[in-house]
Design a protein. Structure first.
Lengths: 273, 289
């Protein structure tokens, strides 16, 4: 259970890990937008090289990145299959009974699969190289202009980081409660659907009770340390742009320029109708 | 009704980069009718070990036979879990956090109900269990477990386990977080249970005084390995190596050790208050004569 902790942060000392979280979030968003502009194999080659060098720089094992893709593999395959039979004109490459596959559909499907995969890998690299705390910190800072319109940015970030912090704890708790009820003879995997749902009650009630207890304790602890919201609150860790951050921006701009250049000059690498 | 453990190993999240070896080559036997203590520093694998005893943690490698039921690897699919869990009762650390029913009676009946017993039998057992843990059946049966005090909650939780009439009772730090009075009550309760329902008791504890007073034999775990398996009288002579493992010795054993360091000649096998009182009053009497 413990290994299923949310956020899947991979601890290491790398330049990517040390980048400003705000910058990483913004660049990841920009990366996602860029991916939508990529529409040929050459450009995907560039994306591939770009991502590979980032992974190399971050010293995160490639295996970990691929793991992020696995949960959505079914979605990718499902979309790909739908897409494959969607194209209705062009050059036929394969024909069987009423099923016809066209060359264009084949290319589009391949591009789609690549796009989805690269879309997932970017944010995966972000969460692998940034602690959940840094991540919420970054989001809070990025959203801070919204404070002007009285949007509770700080409170939202706090709620988020507390939630993240408590996911592994509650998982462990669930594990314990399940074991305790099992040892009292509880059976969770037989019987009809109603029986199974009823079998969850002895797990859910103690879990809720303990979640409320923890929430109350946390609130008390925060209160007794004079926490009173975001107003006037200073920070222990100040985020500052460094040389590496500027280099990262530079690198990213070069990447985007390559993509744009390819889109403008090499449209013909695949035929688009 | 014994427990035989042979070369038991356990690793959490094996084959990942955060794998954690929790048990290494554990071999020993717990005999029927024994009060068996387990001690060891935090994270030494005590809880992992006892969770094997009713198959909450599957055997990864090695052999484990509990009350004649073989829990070892290839036979796992054939384990009769109902029978096993009726035989081995497990009281977890802070058991009061697993209470869930609207009434005390409902919660205590949960175990017997899962065993598929008759209605009358369930009620009878629940009644008996609530009485055994020292609560007044009539006044608590319809109360919500959540409105009881901490110590009472723990009793209800223990009643929920003993209502299944386990022949082997396993307790993971049953006195953790209780005041001295509550501690004594729970320990007395455990002794009563040993006389009546559960002939074999296995108890994890960090309190060496408890362990010294109650155990017939004590297993010492350190970093997942069995370091010692001795009766308390022999174990607490090894105060130096216990200290190295981050473990204490009973208060009285410490007093005796100091006295001996001061040049007095006190036998080493004194480690409970009762024994010490007896010994010293005898020595003083002898001196006065
Ligand atoms: N679910 C789990 N996933 C991964 N590692 C675990 C898990 N449970 C325990 N461990 C690890 O296995 C080791 C043994 O844990 P265990 O709970 O058996 O120790 P313990 O002796 O009961 O400690 P304590 O006295 O604190 O209760 C510890 O290092 C712990 O971090
Ligand atoms: Mg433990």
């Amino acid at each position: 259970m413990r290994e299923m902790t949310f956020g899947q942060y991979y601890p290491a000392e790398s330049v990517i890990h040390k980048l400003d979280p705000r910058l990483k979030i913004v660049l990841t968003l920009a990366y996602i937008v860029t991916i939508f502009f990529v529409n040929n194999f050459l450009a995907f080659g560039v994306v591939f090289i770009f991502l590979l060098s980032l992974v190399f720089l971050s010293s995160v094992p490639i295996r970990m990145i691929l793991k992020a893709v696995r949960p959505i593999m079914y979605i990718i395959i499902f979309t790909a299959i739908l897409n494959l039979f969607w194209g209705v004109d062009g050059t036929r490459v394969w024909n069987w009974w009423f099923i016809t596959i066209y060359r264009e559909a084949l290319f589009n499907t391949a591009l789609l699969m690549l796009r989805l995969m690269f879309l997932v890998m970017g944010p995966a690299l972000l969460t692998l190289t940034t602690t959940p705390m840094d991540l919420t910190d970054g989001i809070e800072r990025l959203l801070s202009p919204l404070k002007v319109v009285r949007f509770p940015v700080h409170e939202l970030a706090l709620v988020m980081s507390i939630a993240l912090r408590f996911i592994p704890i509650l998982m462990e708790e669930t594990d314990k409660i399940i074991k305790a009820q099992k040892s009292r003879g509880a059976n969770f995997d037989s019987g009809n659907i109603f029986k199974r749902a009823a079998a969850l009650i002895p797990i859910l009630i103690p879990l809720f009770v303990s979640a409320f207890r923890r929430a109350e304790e946390l609130a008390l602890a925060m209160d007794s340390r004079c926490y009173k919201g975001g107003k006037g609150r200073t920070r222990m860790k100040l985020l500052k742009f460094s040389l590496t951050d500027f280099l990262a921006v530079l690198g990213f701009i070069i990447f985007v320029l390559c993509i744009v250049a390819i889109r403008v000059h090499f449209m013909h690498i695949i035929p688009v109708h | 009704m014994s427990i035989v453990i042979n070369n038991l190993n356990y690793t959490y999240s094996p084959r990942t980069n955060f794998s954690k070896v929790a048990l290494k080559d554990i071999t020993f036997e717990i005999k029927e009718g024994e009060f068996f203590g387990i001690i060891g520093h935090t994270g030494s694998g005590k809880s992992t070990l006892i969770q094997h005893f009713n198959a909450l943690t599957p055997v990864q490698s090695g052999e484990l036979i509990v009350a004649g039921i073989d829990l070892s690897r290839p036979k796992t699919s054939k384990i009769d879990f109902k029978k096993l869990r009726a035989t081995v009762g497990m009281v977890f650390q802070y058991p009061e956090y697993q209470l869930f029913d609207a009434t005390v009676l409902g919660d205590v009946s949960f175990g017997p109900k899962n065993l598929g017993l008759e209605k009358d039998e369930i009620l009878e057992r629940a009644k008996q269990a609530i009485g055994l843990v020292g609560l007044d059946y009539e006044s608590v049966k319809d109360k919500s477990p959540f409105e009881l005090s901490g110590g009472q909650k723990r009793r209800v939780a223990i009643a929920g386990v003993i209502a299944m009439k386990p022949q082997i009772l396993v307790l993971d730090e049953p006195t953790a977080g209780l005041d001295p009075h509550g501690k004594r009550e729970i320990l007395d309760l455990i002794l009563t249970l040993k006389e009546s329902v559960s002939k074999t008791v296995i108890m994890i504890s960090h309190d060496m005084d408890e362990i010294a007073r109650l155990s017939d034999r004590v297993a010492v775990l350190a970093d997942g390995q069995l370091q010692y398996l001795l009766p308390p009288s022999q174990l607490f002579e090894k105060s130096d190596s216990l200290e190295k493992m981050g473990l204490d010795i009973p208060t009285i054993a410490r007093v005796v050790k100091h006295l001996n360091e001061m040049g007095k000649n006190v036998p080493h096998d004194i480690f409970t208050v009762e024994h010490a009182v007896e010994y010293f009053s005898k020595t003083i009497k002898n001196k006065n004569q």
